[in-house]
Ligand binder design. Structure first.
Ligand SMILES: [Zn+2]
Length: 336
């Protein structure tokens, strides 16, 4: 995959900046992880170029094969596995032996390893980098251990914290870092990049579905979402078809429903939809009904990360969506 041009521009701007801790923040899908890794590559590269890492030297090669001795990647185990980073031998053994599942949080054990890494001398002589992503996935113990390390930085180590919800970080962590807010790509730039990764017809619809965040759109496409499925979603919900959301993780299902509801409210208020095309939407609903549905969706979001029963939750969500969409129609248009 090519480095998106808006990420490359940020690498050029940030790579020369001094400072021992950098916080990359902004909503998901703008490329926090990609930018963080590109900066780590640039800082550790043996022949850095104005645009960042050279891509050819032993250091760049070591990062490409995930074995750089001076780069410590601190992530939830689920993210490590998804992005192709090796776990520690001990962690991998515990998961292989089914003693526990891969963690969705950054584990305190991993953080202790990172603190130890920060105190060692650089193996390749170009300093060391700790990349933390998503930084908000630390519990209080891990966050405080990291804070202590940020307060007493060892000379050679630089931290990159990449976050999609930086308001969840300790304020004391945020204040120790140089803050950088991810730059939004121009719509045509995002579309051009995404169209090189997935079929262009899908790219346009999914980029809209993702609210203009290209990496989110790519992730959804890779998870199997097609333009057709997305475009048909609002009307399928109006018909009460649970299959429209089947296989979606509950949090993503709620997100999609919020987008349906958002667009219907926009249309009801005389505006334009943002995530769907106007022809995708069923008959306009009354604002009051939609507002009530919106509030319920916000409540659902709280339980969506850990639903008691994901299947039942989806059924309830679709049933509620159908009511929300139907009660809004003029009585004559209702089905019997
Ligand atoms: Zn290099």
């Amino acid at each position: 995959m090519s480095t998106p041009p808006w990420i490359a521009a940020q690498v050029r701007a940030l790579a020369p900046r001094p400072g021992h801790a950098l916080l990359l923040q902004g909503p998901s899908g703008l490329g926090q992880y990609t930018l963080g890794l590109e900066l780590a590559r640039a800082w550790l590269c043996e022949a850095p170029q104005p645009q960042g890492a050279c891509g050819q030297c032993p250091s760049c090669h070591a990062i490409a094969v995930r074995t750089h001795a001076d780069l410590c990647v601190l992530m939830p185990e689920t993210a490590m596995l998804a992005l192709g980073w090796p776990l520690s031998e001990k962690a991998q053994q515990e998961i292989d032996d089914k003693k526990r599942k891969a963690s969705k949080e950054i584990r305190v054990d991993a953080l202790r390893d990172a603190v130890e890494f920060a105190q060692r001398t650089s193996a390749r002589g170009r300093g060391k980098v700790v990349l933390v992503y998503p930084a908000e996935r630390m519990n209080a113990i891990a966050a405080n251990a990291l804070l202590k390390t940020l307060e007493e930085p060892a000379g050679e180590v630089r931290f990159i914290l990449a976050s999609e919800a930086s308001h969840q970080l300790l304020p004391t962590i945020r204040s120790r870092c140089l803050n950088h807010t991810l730059v939004w790509p121009a719509p045509e730039e995002a579309l051009a990049w995404l169209s090189a990764e997935i079929p262009p017809a899908d790219a346009q619809v999914l980029l809209r579905a993702a609210g203009g965040r290209p990496e989110d759109a790519l992730r959804w496409a890779q998870a199997g979402l097609t333009a057709r499925q997305w475009s048909e979603l609002p009307k399928a919900l109006a018909r009460g078809e649970v299959s429209a959301l089947v296989d979606w993780p509950p949090a993503q299902a709620v997100d999609a429903l919020q987008k349906v509801c958002h667009d219907l409210m926009a249309v009801a208020a005389g505006g334009s939809p943002r995530f769907f095309f106007p022809s995708d939407l069923p008959a306009t609903a009354s604002l009051a009904t939609l507002a009530a549905w919106w509030r319920e969706l916000a409540d659902s979001l709280r339980t969506a990360e850990h639903p008691y029963n994901p299947g039942l939750m989806l059924e309830a969500l679709v049933s509620r969506a159908r009511t929300g969409l139907h009660s809004a129609r003029p009585p004559s248009a209702r089905r019997p």
